[in-house]
Design a binder for this molecule. Structure first.
Ligand code: IYR
Length: 229
């Protein structure tokens, strides 16, 4: 909601921030409901090819870009790939890297760790999913006059934005995969990204395929992840 109350603090404009406040009973029910909702999210590898409206994609990206970032630099670029030819190129390059990873680069321990996911170097979802969002982190900004300016906490910020993106995708009723073909520099080349950008995550987005199975995983208990002082 737009709040017209503004003031200058040491010459810098501030706006009054208001947000709803709930009593503890409602806090508990709202937080529990959101946890239940987010706990339904899964990484999905089986996509329908059903298209999703561009307006939806734009809303997801705008939501991602509400994440906090170092010095509010928003050091990220979201490349939306819907073109079948470019998706095919990305799939081909990703599968070439993944083939090398699975057959020689990944350690025995690593391969064992991902065995329950039953993944391999084939990545058909890179063509089936109607949309690939390729997230780049911006190491610095390239200004119009050719100068550079610093960004701060670029990986932390871009990671937060990707978290927001995944939550927005789940909220919309769509599914995604956080895919990290390794190395990822082929994305810079295929998408002709400028020198200040580095690939961060490759996120196929779409509807889940009609019959989708995901690994039967459980999440850590609170006692395993939280410590109280
Ligand atoms: N990047 C490979 C392998 C892989 C690695 C991890 I860590 C995973 O959690 C899942 C897969 C791939 O995408 O297949």
């Amino acid at each position: 909601m737009k709040n017209p109350e503004t003031r200058l603090i040491n010459g810098f404009p501030f706006v009054r921030y208001t947000c709803p406040q709930y009593a503890s009973k409602e806090l508990i029910s709202r937080s529990a409901a959101f946890y239940e909702f987010m706990n339904q999210r899964r990484s999905v590898r089986d996509f329908s090819d059903k298209p999703i409206p561009r307006e939806v994609i734009n809303n997801l990206i705008l939501t991602a870009s509400t994440a906090p970032s170092g010095a509010h630099k928003q050091p990220w670029t979201f490349c939306v790939v819907e073109d079948a030819g470019i998706k095919k190129e990305i799939r081909k390059a990703a599968e070439e890297e993944e083939y090398r990873s699975y057959t020689s680069r990944m350690s025995e321990e690593w391969l064992n760790a991902i065995k329950p996911l039953q993944t391999d170097w084939h990545k058909p979802f890179l063509e089936t999913a109607p949309c690939l969002i390729v997230v780049f982190r911006r190491l610095y900004e390239l200004n119009d006059d050719g100068s550079k300016s610093n960004n701060y906490y670029v990986s932390e910020s871009t990671g937060l934005a990707c978290g927001f993106l995944l939550a927005a995708i789940h909220h919309a009723g769509l599914v995604a995969l956080t895919h990290t073909p390794n190395p990822m520099n082929f994305l810079t080349a295929i998408l002709k990204r400028p020198e200040n950008e580095r690939p961060f995550l490759l996120i196929p987005v779409g509807y889940a395929a009609e019959e989708t199975y995901v690994p039967d995983l459980t999440r850590k208990k609170l006692s395993e992840i939280a410590v109280y002082y």
